[in-house]
Design a protein around this ligand. Structure first.
Ligand SMILES: [Zn+2]
Length: 342
């Protein structure tokens, strides 16, 4: 590793846009399969699954991975492996999307039979979170993510759960909306976002990944505080000015955007222009096991492809804590450490 890579690893970083399911690597998939499959898959079979050529292949791989997440033991293992991988990259705090909507959608009979299925899964996730804090010194918050192209009722259930469960589990800090933006925007979720905010939850949203700037405006209009991808804002100078003025935190995912084909190449990604315009930019990996780049890689790529200097990378790391949902005192502590990281 060259000196800048070593420094990037030492630099304290927060990851704010990361899907638990998307952190499951082929080797973790083999472990998960061995927990529950009569004929567990081999590493080469798992690797073949991840070497898809198109978006359909990606969706098939993602579905196969989610299917292996059968219950509490599997979720705990996946979360623990995720935390180990994050800690190894110098990530000190993560805010992770949990596809709660998918859990219910994939297992309708089990959900009917066992009203406590999700509570048991969440307890297992909390065990992994606390172990990460204890053994790896990394903190973790959960974001309950609903799928926008499912029904509004399904999202309502996810957000209601977040509001109820956060009373006993303050690690549940926020809600989010993922899924296919081309099918559904944000407006149908206006009332649900208002209710979640009233319950003390913070509001994130995927916006402008596969859609135009109007989807970003729509996401802002329902109170979204932090936005994922925001790729198409580059086409709307007035929107860029608004994002700058309000210092809306942007969770950018350059490699993800290239791999899903919504951005033709890393060089075309607007991160440099957003940063130079004074937007609150953060770097994230989205689904690192599927897109082949961790958040640490994203810092290196920003250096290599967009000429981010060491001091600019330091600003990106500082932004990641500023944009987090950590308490102010914690943020200041990390900003101090980032400032003195040499
Ligand atoms: Zn995402």
């Amino acid at each position: 590793m060259d000196p800048i890579e070593q420094w990037i690893r030492r630099l304290p970083k927060a990851e704010l846009h990361l899907h638990l399911e998307g952190t499951i690597t082929p080797s973790t998939l083999v472990e998960l399969s061995s927990l529950g499959d009569a004929a567990p898959i081999t590493l080469s079979q798992a690797e073949a699954l991840y070497s898809y050529a198109d978006f359909t292949g990606f969706l098939q791989a993602f579905k196969a991975v989610v299917t292996e997440l059968r219950g509490p033991a599997e979720y705990e293992l996946a979360a623990w492996r995720m935390l180990q991988a994050l800690a190894a990259q110098g990530v000190r705090h993560a805010e992770v999307f949990l596809s709660v909507g998918v859990i219910f959608r994939l297992r309708p009979e089990e959900d009917q039979r066992d009203p406590h299925l999700f509570a048991r899964i969440f307890s297992a996730l909390e065990r992994a979170r606390l172990r990460g804090e204890r053994e790896l010194g990394i903190t973790l918050y959960w974001i309950f993510d609903a799928v926008r192209h499912f029904t509004v009722d399904e999202a309502a259930r996810v957000f209601r759960l977040a509001a109820q469960m956060r009373r006993d589990h303050p690690s549940i800090v926020a809600i989010g909306l993922g899924g296919d933006e081309r099918q559904t925007g944000s407006t149908p979720y206006r009332a649900l976002y208002a209710q979640a905010a009233a319950a003390g939850l913070r509001l994130t949203n995927h916006a402008g990944e596969t859609t135009g700037p109007e989807a970003i405006r729509e996401a802002l209009s329902i109170g979204s505080e932090r936005l994922g991808h925001v790729l198409s804002a580059i086409r709307d100078p007035a929107l860029l000015d608004e994002l700058k003025l309000r210092q809306i935190p942007l969770e950018l995912n350059p490699t993800s955007n290239v791999r899903t084909g919504v951005c033709p190449s890393l060089q075309h990604h607007p991160i440099r222009r957003y940063f130079d315009h004074g937007l609150l930019v953060t770097l994230n990996s989205d689904d690192p096991a599927f897109f082949g780049a961790t958040v640490e890689d994203e810092y290196r790529l920003a250096h290599q492809h967009h000429g981010f200097t060491r001091e600019e990378l330091r600003t990106l790391a500082a932004n990641s804590f500023r944009a987090s949902f950590l308490p102010e005192a914690e943020k200041l502590r990390w900003l101090d450490q980032i400032g003195s990281c040499s």
